[in-house]
Design a protein. Structure first.
Ligand code: DGJ
Length: 743
């Protein structure tokens, strides 16, 4: 790993064993992009990669050394609009005189060991300076006084680059940042498919693939959260790239608010990727002396398909984005009472559910919505984080202690960013909601969003939540967020700062997370936003797991979890077994299938176990024993997607241990088939020379057989495993592989 600067050609080369990132100072002083991809040799001069040519209708930058230099056809590091480049810019700055030009010229650079922290924002980190090097390039616009610090981190052992930008107003006039992207990457051609997630509530992380075409294609959010609809994640892959082979670039933004992920193909087929805070409605006033830090973006390179790309993200985000004691501890098996009771509970009912959960082996009992203020339905109570003694006479402290006495941890649901009209908080502070003067304040789920851009609001909520955490033995918090932001406006900010509210809001959320996670480091946080409405890398920094979707139907979950795994590690994917008929779809799937899907995530239950039959309880007990035995492998093993649920009747995936001695394969068939053909599933990631036994049978196969020929998944194979009940719709099978061989 290293960062090479070649003085003569003013070229930077960031490299490790797997990737190279090369850029140069252009003739006009701006930064030009030359290459990002698989590792290439170091050399003194990469100027042959500069693609500039005299074209008709092109405007040229006045420049003594190279009079015909233009930005129009030049690949850049941080493109600006308004001189000779007409593509969407990474940066757009409004000056006091109304101009929007910037002329960001190279001034200096600095190479550092390790990686500096990002002020107030979540980011990937190093634990040891030897893990990474960071390059900070300083660019300056001497007309308006804006200084740009472009930051690039390369890791010793990872195929990725982390990027962000700090903007400093060193001039004497107020500047307005109208667009300040985290990442701009110009690629030399457009031969890519764009893969991104596309969905909605209950249908998060559905995958969409489209070929890049001239013009702009983008996904994003202007909802104040990263959203159910899209995710701050996008892949550009070569059209023939699949899960196992071919080139792909993954782009991810470590941010939980409004975002844009965009690819623009210009007339010469150059592809400009932009990723950052959505410029729609964004306007950040930068006074003289002030700084603005963009969120961080990560680009991952894979030369071996999408599985490899995802594994890189899983490793990076699992170990160097997530933090705290729970980062390296598999999630406890939980039971959440939401779908068991909704709002209809009292302490007695909860304890009955908890007792059954304990009997089955559950480790964490989670009390969801409805325990506070006047919250007996979703009409009231949000904002009043004080227990309702009619429901829980001994308070949260009493209930938590009783659950602890049973031998389980206790967890609690909160939705600290929201308020109901019918709440003491709103009655005391009606001006604390986000709303625009003179216009109606839209409600969603009968609630408004608190103005987290105001520090006093965050302080107030902090006091209430910290008090709860201090007083009761709470080991887990589920932090929910059940609506998007509308009528975005803060009564505390002046007119020329209203474009800052969305970003200030999420900074407020991060600051509360930061305070609570550092004051209560033993508490496991799970983020949630009506399921996956804010399942993003920003949240992962504080909460190592996230409730993936309110849709807990096993068949739907295969798709949702498959899509989520493109960027996020299994340790983060909240997955529970719920009751049938399923509450979202009315579908009935076997109990074992529900567990076999959920165990590839942070496993739990979301139902009243007292309602199950004696046989089902025995099955639940076995499921829990199984997850306890294998959860380390299930949550931290190397994950491979094998069969794509978006393409057919089958879903399959597997995890492999680091030493390759253990693996678990999950195989799922949506609809059964009469007189079905023999089927085999080609496995991945095993050692070809190891001999693996299949759980429940005496049969053993070499890794090369299992990877080249495949694992038999058809019913003859089942006989071999003496599986009593066969087939049916929504069938699932887990195959446990183990080898005693040594490398
Ligand atoms: C939405 C969450 O996604 C659910 O799991 C549950 O916590 C409800 N909110 C409670 O209101």
């Amino acid at each position: 790993m290293g960062i090479q600067f070649i003085e003569k050609s003013k070229t930077f080369h960031l490299y490790n064993d797997s990737v190279s990132y090369i850029m140069e100072v252009l003739p006009n002083g701006h930064m030009g992009q030359l290459y990002f991809g698989g590792r290439i040799h170091l050399r003194e001069d990469y100027s042959y990669l500069s693609e500039t040519i005299l074209r008709s209708m092109t405007a040229y930058v006045e420049n003594d050394s190279q009079p015909l230099f233009t930005l129009a056809n030049t690949k850049q590091e941080y493109g600006v609009y308004g001189t000779t480049d007409f593509r969407q810019p990474a940066l757009e700055v409004l000056h006091e005189n109304g101009s929007r030009l910037t002329d960001a010229k190279y001034e200096s650079h600095q190479i550092m060991k390790g990686k500096p922290k990002l002020q107030g924002l979540p980011a990937v980190y190093t634990e040891d300076d030897s893990e990474a090097e960071t390059l900070e390039i300083t660019l300056k616009d001497s007309v308006c006084g804006l200084t740009l610090k472009l930051s690039y981190t390369i890791f010793r052992d990872r195929s990725c680059i982390a990027r962000s930008v700090r903007l400093i107003n060193e001039g004497s006039q107020n500047l307005h940042l109208l667009s300040a992207m985290s990442l701009c990457l110009d690629l030399p051609d457009s031969g890519y498919d764009m893969v991104h997630s596309s969905g909605c509530w209950g249908r998060e992380f559905h995958l969409k693939t489209r070929h890049l075409e001239p013009g702009i294609q983008s996904v994003g959010s202007r909802r104040g959260n990263s959203s159910h609809e899209h995710n701050p994640f996008m892949v550009l892959k070569r059209p023939r790239t699949d899960e196992f082979q071919g080139e792909a670039l993954g782009f991810s933004l470590i941010y939980s608010g409004n975002f844009l992920a965009q690819a623009e193909v210009d007339a010469q087929q150059v592809t400009r990727v932009l990723m950052g805070i959505h410029p729609g409605g964004f306007d950040w006033k930068l006074e003289p002396g002030a700084q603005f830090q963009t969120p961080e973006a990560v680009i991952v390179y894979s030369d071996s398909g999408l599985n490899k790309l995802s594994q890189e993200f899983h490793q990076l985000y699992g170990k160097r984005l997530a933090r705290g004691t729970w980062r390296d501890r598999p999630s406890p098996i939980l039971l959440n009472n939401w779908e068991a009771t909704y709002f209809d509970f009292n302490e007695e009912r909860l304890l009955k559910i908890a007792a059954k959960a304990k009997e089955c082996g559950v480790e964490l009992f989670v009390l969801d919505d409805g325990w506070f203020g006047a919250r007996r339905s979703d009409n009231a109570g949000l904002g009043d984080w004080v227990v309702n003694r009619d429901v829980l006479p001994d308070g949260i402290t009493g209930l938590a202690q009783r659950v602890e006495d049973m031998g389980m941890m206790f967890g609690l649901w909160i939705e600290p960013e929201m308020v109901n009209e019918d709440s003491d908080l709103y009655r005391e502070h009606p001006d604390w909601i986000i709303s625009t003067p003179g216009y109606p304040a839209s409600k969603a789920r009968h609630q408004w969003v608190l103005d987290y851009s105001r520090p006093e609001v965050v302080d107030h909520i902090h006091q209430m939540i910290a008090k709860l955490l201090r007083e009761a033995k709470i080991s887990y918090i589920k932090w929910d967020m059940n609506r998007s932001i509308t009528e975005c406006y803060s009564s505390e900010l002046p007119a020329d700062r209203q474009g800052e509210v969305f970003h200030r809001y999420i900074l407020g959320v991060y600051s509360l997370y930061e305070r609570l996670t550092s004051e209560f480091p033993h508490v496991l946080f799970e983020s949630c936003a009506s399921g996956g409405g804010r399942f993003d890398p920003g949240m992962l920094h504080y909460a190592p797991q996230c409730w993936t979707s309110d849709d807990s139907d096993a068949a739907e979950r295969m798709k949702i979890q498959y899509g989520t795994s493109y960027c996020y590690p299994l340790r983060s994917i909240g997955a529970h077994v719920s009751a049938v008929p399923n509450h979202q779809l009315g579908r009935v799937t076997p109990l074992q299938t529900r567990a076999d899907v959920a165990c590839f995530g942070t496993f739990g239950y979301e139902l009243d176990l007292n309602k199950l039959s004696a046989q089902e309880i025995e099955d639940v007990k076995k499921q829990i024993v199984f997850v306890k035995k294998y959860r380390n492998l299930l949550q931290y093993g190397t994950f491979y997607r094998l069969e794509n649920p978006f393409e057919g009747n089958l879903t399959a995936w597997m995890v492999v241990s680091e030493d390759k001695k253990d693996a678990i394969v999950g195989w799922y068939r949506t609809l059964n088939m009469a007189n079905a053909p023999f089927s085999r599933l080609r496995l991945k990631g095993l050692s070809p020379d190891f001999s693996y036994t299949l759980d429940g049978s005496r049969a053993s196969h070499y890794g090369d057989e299992l990877m080249q020929i495949g694992l038999l998944t058809s019913d003859t194979a089942l006989d071999e495993f003496q599986r009593p009940e066969k087939g049916g719709d929504f069938d699932a099978r887990l195959f446990i592989l183990h080898s005693e061989d040594k490398q």
